[in-house]
Design a protein around this ligand. Sequence first.
Ligand SMILES: *[C@@H]1O[C@H](CO)[C@@H](O)[C@H](O)[C@H]1NC(C)=O
Ligand SMILES: *[C@@H]1O[C@H](CO)[C@@H](O)[C@H](O)[C@H]1NC(C)=O
Ligand SMILES: *[C@@H]1O[C@H](CO)[C@@H](O)[C@H](O)[C@H]1NC(C)=O
Ligand SMILES: *[C@@H]1O[C@H](CO)[C@@H](O)[C@H](O)[C@H]1NC(C)=O
Ligand SMILES: *[C@@H]1O[C@H](CO)[C@@H](O)[C@H](O)[C@H]1NC(C)=O
Ligand SMILES: *[C@@H]1O[C@H](CO)[C@@H](O)[C@H](O)[C@H]1NC(C)=O
Length: 374
Amino acid sequence: MHSLPNSFLVAFSFTVLVDASGSHYWSSPRHRTVAHRQLSGETYMIQDFYQGEDFFKDVPPIYDWTFDVGSDPTDGNVIYQSQSDAQSKGLAYINDSNNSLILAVDSTSTVAPGGQRASVRITSQKSYNGGLFIFDASYMPVGCSTWPSFWTVGPHWPTAGEIDIVEGVNNQDTNQMALHTGTNQTCTNEMTNGTQQFTGQIKKTNCYSTGRADSGCIIEDTDTSSFAYGFNNAEGGVFALLWDNSTGMSIWHFARANIPADLIAQTPRPSTWGIPAGFWSSQTCDITANFYEHQMVIDTTICGHWAGGGIYAQSGCPGTCSDMVANATNYINAKWVINYVAVYQYHIGSGAYAPSPRLPLTIILSLVIYLLLL
Ligand SMILES: *[C@@H]1O[C@H](CO)[C@@H](O)[C@H](O)[C@H]1NC(C)=O
Ligand SMILES: *[C@@H]1O[C@H](CO)[C@@H](O)[C@H](O)[C@H]1NC(C)=O
Ligand SMILES: *[C@@H]1O[C@H](CO)[C@@H](O)[C@H](O)[C@H]1NC(C)=O
Ligand SMILES: *[C@@H]1O[C@H](CO)[C@@H](O)[C@H](O)[C@H]1NC(C)=O
Ligand SMILES: *[C@@H]1O[C@H](CO)[C@@H](O)[C@H](O)[C@H]1NC(C)=O
Ligand SMILES: *[C@@H]1O[C@H](CO)[C@@H](O)[C@H](O)[C@H]1NC(C)=O
């Protein structure tokens, strides 16, 4: 890690994939016998729902997202903007016609090769210890040198862990999901009982991360609508992280046309969503010990440890990453269009639909009044 500006007290590290050699690829058996908890009366209730101006507000109970200011801890060629600077430069705004949030990279200024281009990184003020996290975007940053991500992270990286829900670089076809932990051998994504309980492909199995070896345990989606151009061509979609201490971490991706009706209706029932793209079982990962007090982060960096490493040339991208950053026109499509972010919490039983206690009281009162009138 490098000396970080104060605004990066939530120290972290992104996934760095040095090279694909030595990573493990299982032959994707895709068994459909999945042992996810099937809960009758499964109820998730909205805890926080962020949309439109919510991302710019600092007024409880609608908690704000902080605009992280300064250089990028992953050494990306960006300079993150304050809320007021981002708004005045047109890098953060709400589309009033439908309340979507746009977070963009500067696509009008020329900067020096290897220089720093203005971008945006926002972090939720509130932190979470579990739940169902929903990220709905209709467009994500694309193109050579870009490195967009939606992820969560706890304090004192990597002690309280990191969960990369959406992440990738350059012209990557599919989404790369990963966990990072601060202790060795307490969290892996080995297949339990020889059965793969997710549709993605394992690329790294040990979640333990240090400043020098911080790839984490990686599962790559196999669906090309999960990232970059494929995601945007599908009008985006939803990513869902279910963080459940007793079961594990599950991540689903749904292209716009395939978002479950229960999720659209804000009554999500993840047990009905089928096999997730990524799953890290609590049988091979001590979730409680490794993940706590996570804040959510949305950002776009350029080049940096991952996008600008050896993978840049391997991606078929032209020239060098440093030269790429100089040219404003390369960043016209480097923007997020975010419909909403929501966090749900599980409620045992049918709490959400319990009849109001006022109802019997109203009936009793009516009866009393009726009897008095007689
Ligand atoms: C805002 O949203 C409307 C309605 O979906 C869309 O037609 C328009 O292109 C969007 N404007 C911008 C600047 O993204
Ligand atoms: C974690 O432990 C394994 C097994 O002891 C070891 O091979 C590996 O190098 C360790 N990882 C790190 C990053 O220290
Ligand atoms: C793995 O097998 C053990 C022993 O049969 C069982 O208790 C456990 O639930 C199985 N795990 C999964 C994920 O199927
Ligand atoms: C999950 O574990 C974390 C970390 O120990 C804890 O703070 C949290 O309360 C647990 N969540 C639930 C729902 O039990
Ligand atoms: C900038 O990038 C665009 C698109 O990649 C390219 O057509 C153009 O020639 C580049 N301009 C310069 C000055 O490098
Ligand atoms: C806003 O409009 C854009 C462009 O038409 C669309 O992709 C996005 O899903 C819309 N967002 C909402 C919240 O309706």
